[in-house]
Design a protein around this ligand. Structure first.
Ligand SMILES: NC(=O)c1ccc[n+]([C@@H]2O[C@H](COP(=O)([O-])OP(=O)(O)OC[C@H]3O[C@@H](n4cnc5c(N)ncnc54)[C@H](OP(=O)(O)O)[C@@H]3O)[C@@H](O)[C@H]2O)c1
Length: 237
């Protein structure tokens, strides 16, 4: 079963992905904004948060440190800690993220990996105590990998936290059930900057539809624009 996926993104009204570039506000600062995001994250009751390769690499901050071979590798999955209370999931097709241990922010790490990741990388993850699930075919189907995570670890609710490329890819694949845009009272306004959702030159037209669930004032000038996400109606009929 696919876990329920709620996307949570802090953004400005002009859709900016980068709080460090925003204008100031008398209503609050970046620490207020991030505390409010933390509160909404708790309310979403995810058993795991999930991010793309770029965002996970920024947080994990590790360097390559594969152990010497020969390697005794488990495929297609390895669960280093089934009893963790919460998890952090990385979508990392090529095995590019390096970790410093089994957890981040107290949450046990699970890497979703592509079919061709080398044994030396899997040995590094296992030595770090990181769990992983490998795609069994060359196409990298995140839904199938999340089915495994659900079946093996009982994860039923995931909070998807970007970045833009990951949000776009998962929305296009019909994997996202709900979006929470936490809109802060700030603007970026740069030309050519990153927005919170990105899906190539054609975008998401015809791939997803949003319907407003709620618009909640959160304090410090922030609102949560909460939408249900579904596939296009023609496909549902
Ligand atoms: N404002 C906020 O709340 C917020 C939240 C999170 C992140 N951020 C910022 O966002 C920036 C990163 O965003 P980003 O869009 O560049 O990167 P990203 O979404 O973090 O990572 C994108 C990568 O993830 C992998 N990936 C994700 N979904 C996939 C799929 N369905 N199939 C295959 N691969 C998939 C791909 O890796 P490969 O290229 O290796 O295949 C892709 O290039 C960072 O600067 C970060 O600080 C902001």
């Amino acid at each position: 079963m696919k876990p329920f996926i709620a996307c949570l993104m802090l953004t400005s009204p002009d859709g900016s992905l980068h709080p460090s570039r925003w204008t100031k506000s008398p209503d609050g600062d970046r620490s207020d904004f991030s505390k409010i995001c933390d509160k909404v994250r708790e309310e979403l009751r995810g058993q795991a948060w999930m991010v793309g390769r770029v965002t996970m690499a920024e947080m994990a901050k590790g360097v390559p440190h594969a152990p010497e071979g020969p390697h005794n590798i488990k495929r297609p999955a390895h669960f280093a800690n089934r009893n963790a209370k919460s998890f952090g999931i990385a979508i990392d097709r090529s095995g590019a993220v390096h970790y410093k241990g089994p957890d981040l922010f107290g949450d046990h790490i699970i890497a979703l990996l592509g079919h061709d990741v080398p044994d030396s990388y899997l040995a590094e993850l296992a030595a770090d105590g990181v769990s992983y699930v490998i795609a069994e075919t060359a196409d990298f189907d995140v839904r199938t990998l999340l089915d495994v995570v659900n079946k093996e670890l009982g994860i039923e609710r995931i909070v998807l936290e970007g970045g833009a490329g990951t949000n776009g890819a998962l929305l296009a694949a019909g994997l996202v059930d709900e979006i929470n845009f936490i809109v802060a009272p700030a603007l970026e306004g740069r030309s050519g900057t990153d927005s919170v959702v990105e899906f190539g030159p054609d975008g998401l037209t015809g791939k997803v539809e949003l319907s407003l669930i709620d618009c909640q004032s959160l304090g410090h000038g922030m609102v949560n624009l909460r939408y249900a996400a579904t596939g296009p109606r023609t496909e549902r009929q």
